[in-house]
Design a protein around this ligand. Sequence first.
Ligand SMILES: NC(=O)c1ccc[n+]([C@@H]2O[C@H](COP(=O)([O-])OP(=O)(O)OC[C@H]3O[C@@H](n4cnc5c(N)ncnc54)[C@H](OP(=O)(O)O)[C@@H]3O)[C@@H](O)[C@H]2O)c1
Length: 341
Amino acid sequence: MDEVKVVLYGVGAVGSLIAKSLLEKKGVKIVGAIDVAKEKVGKDLGEVLGLNRKIGITVSSDVDAVLSKTKPNIAIHATSSYLKDTYPQIASIVKHGVNVISTCEELSYPYYSEPKIAKELDKLAKKHDVTVLGTGINPGFLMDTLVITLTAACQKIEKIEAVRVMDAATRRLPFQKKIGAGLTPEEFKQKIEKREITGHVGLEQSIAMIAAALAWELDEIRVDQVEPVIAKKHVKSEFIEVDAGKVAGLRQTARGIVKGKELIVLDFQAYIGAEEEYDAITITGVPTIKQKIQPCVHGDAGTVAIIINSIPKVLKAPAGLLTMKDLPVPSAAVKDMRKYL
Ligand SMILES: NC(=O)c1ccc[n+]([C@@H]2O[C@H](COP(=O)([O-])OP(=O)(O)OC[C@H]3O[C@@H](n4cnc5c(N)ncnc54)[C@H](OP(=O)(O)O)[C@@H]3O)[C@@H](O)[C@H]2O)c1
């Protein structure tokens, strides 16, 4: 069988990590790379990835030219978080009859926030006989797919809670800036108001996916205002120092509510100096299940894995817009990719 041909659409921080991992992998071949960033277009992919060698693939902003020339089996799309922005990009891939896996957070469960776009995308994917999936570590796995999987051992469920606590000191500088590390509380508030800090995107998608899997009809999904986590003492990372009283990061919670009762609560915390890093899930029911992963799963490494491991599942899936809950049990594709097809 031929190698699986992959085109990268978006070679930013995450797209680059995915590319590097794919280059190491047997049974897959990167055949093209698309990006709009001026500093990347026209350059060899090896140079954009910071490797000391050329790969023979020039990063291009011409989607149609790349896809018609390379005829890939799948495109890995990693450009932005909101479906209104990514829909035209994803549609341009689908129209070439190419399957898509995207890191776009809203695409992980688009039926709640963007039902119209979701319907259109599903129709388009079916018309062109391809599968589209939005996934990643979170949303995509830790606070939804993993939760849904654990519910399989429950007869009754009263409440679901998932908490992710990350020490942002171990993350990239852009991530630390994204969570407001080092700002004063006033600067943080202003950036929230100007939407320069948006918090974690995906909590409502994760709640909607869990509810859909359990056939729970929620009255409301409430996403709380992003709160700053204030440093109690001086903390630092490789890039940023945070004095006591300044912002070390953020916390965001979201709730799935029925008749005033919170059935699903997701709590996301990312700040420099978190003493304990973990992903915890508590399902109160029959039986009650408590699961704790320590340290928490690394966001970037986990995202790269979920995206690549989803390739064979997506290639074998029926046409349409699917979510993680529609695919078989997630698993790693650690050997030659063709073994999983
Ligand atoms: N679900 C998850 O668990 C998960 C995990 C990680 C990341 N994500 C999401 O994945 C997305 C990508 O993350 P990232 O950190 O790699 O972002 P990034 O570093 O900003 O990279 C995005 C790249 O895509 C390019 N781009 C933007 N619009 C484009 C377009 N229309 N056509 C082609 N290229 C385009 C950007 O160019 P410019 O720089 O010129 O804009 C940039 O080079 C983000 O929305 C992130 O939140 C999700």
